[in-house]
Design a protein. Structure first.
Length: 425
């Protein structure tokens, strides 16, 4: 592989606070020099970035794939294509597939399938319970040894307090954490939208926002009891974020993420029974959306994840209450996050930090940095270049975007994995 010199770029490294014009030299899959002006070694390939932004490749903390079991929705290969187009070079995948990722051999298979794409590091979560069924604990030690980055039942809440207590204790023993889908199951079962005036007017069964805060409060109490680390996925309500904020102030091992729909959309996006906007958790009130934005800005939220949940057309072409929840999010992750930069809510470095070095640090990964010695996982993007999200024209198989029809500013121009270009616009 030839050396690669990318010049005339706006270098952005949230880990170090770097935001300056300069160049990056890549050799052997790693960054070997970063500076304001670098000379190209003999025989090196050069690329003039034209003033575009060069940042570490995105680390997506949460994505669901169809494979294994529902490859018609999204395969590893199609997800890798969509991830590369979105600037994602590290993709953490959930275990609630069919079969569930509760077997070490299956985890190893997923990792190898990711490596075979050549464009993304695919990092699987291990199932917290056998079959993600919530009844008995999975084999944490064997799964961790096989490469599980943490433990979760994916889009299913670990409803039993006793099971969650045991999971937190075991995960702590293996140097890992447990990711919870924070929704009290008995309050959310059968629900289709956030309980309130809009759901009532549309005649939809509601999920009370308190279902999220209640589960968060319970699991924080269990983290305090066990000394374990609990991570809450896709937080969407101000009440839950207040509980997390207090737990962090107490010094407990509590972290959380959110996803773009919860800081860019509110419940009115379901409009006239628009099933592409049916998500889990459901879209919330405008006050909750603003609370999520505030929590991004003050550091309460540790990462932004795509929360990619592929569905096929038949899953969504149903009455709203019967339609499957979930939205495609790989290709839109960067663009929707940059909307908060353009809106003045986040600085460029703060926004990119939530997509790169902060999730990487949470997982103990050496990626997410634009620094000498770091892997050459890179994304080149034009922060102001506009594009329209159009279902049917997105990369990958999954087209069920809640942002369908949304104009975004922030276009990925190129993505490199270990120094090799895997996407170019």
């Amino acid at each position: 592989m030839l050396d690669l010199l990318i010049t005339n770029a706006r270098l952005l490294d949230p880990a170090s606070g770097l935001d300056a014009a300069g160049a990056v030299l890549v050799r052997g899959g790693a960054i070997v020099d970063v500076g304001p002006a670098l000379s190209a070694p003999e025989g090196a390939e050069t690329l003039d970035a034209g003033g575009a932004c060069l940042a570490p490749g995105l680390v997506d903390l949460r994505a669901n794939l169809g494979e294994p079991g529902a490859e018609h929705r999204e395969s590893i290969a199609s997800a890798a294509q969509a991830a590369a187009a979105g600037g994602i070079t590290t993709l953490c995948v959930l275990p609630d597939t069919d079969p569930a990722l509760d077997d070490p051999a299956l985890l190893s298979f997923m990792i190898r399938r990711g490596e075979a794409t050549g464009s993304v590091a695919l990092l699987p979560y291990g199932a917290a319970t056998a079959g993600c069924a919530g009844k008995e604990l999975a084999e944490f030690g064997l799964l961790r040894e096989a490469g599980a980055i943490a433990f979760t039942d994916g889009a299913k809440a670990i409803g039993s307090a006793r099971m969650m207590r045991v999971a937190l204790s075991y995960a702590r023993a293996f140097g890992a954490f447990v990711v919870q889908h924070p929704e009290e199951p008995s309050l959310s079962i059968g629900g289709a939208a956030t309980e309130g005036e809009l759901a009532t007017r549309l005649g939809l069964p509601g999920i009370p926002p308190a279902a999220e805060a209640m589960m968060v409060a319970r699991d924080i109490a269990l983290a305090r009891l066990t000394g374990g680390h609990v991570h809450f996925a896709h937080l969407s309500t101000g009440a839950a974020l207040e509980v997390v904020r207090a737990a962090k102030a107490e010094g407990l091992r509590v972290t959380c993420d959110t996803a773009p729909p919860y800081f860019d959309l509110n419940e009115t996006a379901i409009g006239d029974y628009r099933t592409y906007a049916k998500l889990s958790p459901p879209l919330r009130t405008e006050a909750d959306r603003q609370a999520v934005v505030a929590a991004l800005a003050d550091g309460t939220i540790d990462a932004i994840a795509s929360d990619h949940q592929p569905r096929d057309a038949d899953d969504k072409r149903l009455p709203f209450a019967q339609a499957e929840a979930g939205g495609a999010g790989l290709a839109t992750l960067l663009g929707v996050t940059l909307a908060r930069v353009h809106g003045g809510d986040l600085s460029m470095l703060a926004a990119l930090g939530l997509l790169t070095c902060r999730p990487a640090a949470l997982l103990g990964l050496p990626v997410g940095r634009l620094a000498v010695g770091a892997p050459a996982d890179l994304v080149l993007f034009h922060a102001e270049r506009g594009w329209m999200v159009e279902a049917g024209k997105l990369p990958g198989k999954a087209q069920n975007s809640p942002f369908d029809g949304r104009a975004l500013e922030g276009r990925v121009l190129g993505t490199w994995k270990a120094g090799r270009r895997v996407f170019g616009a």
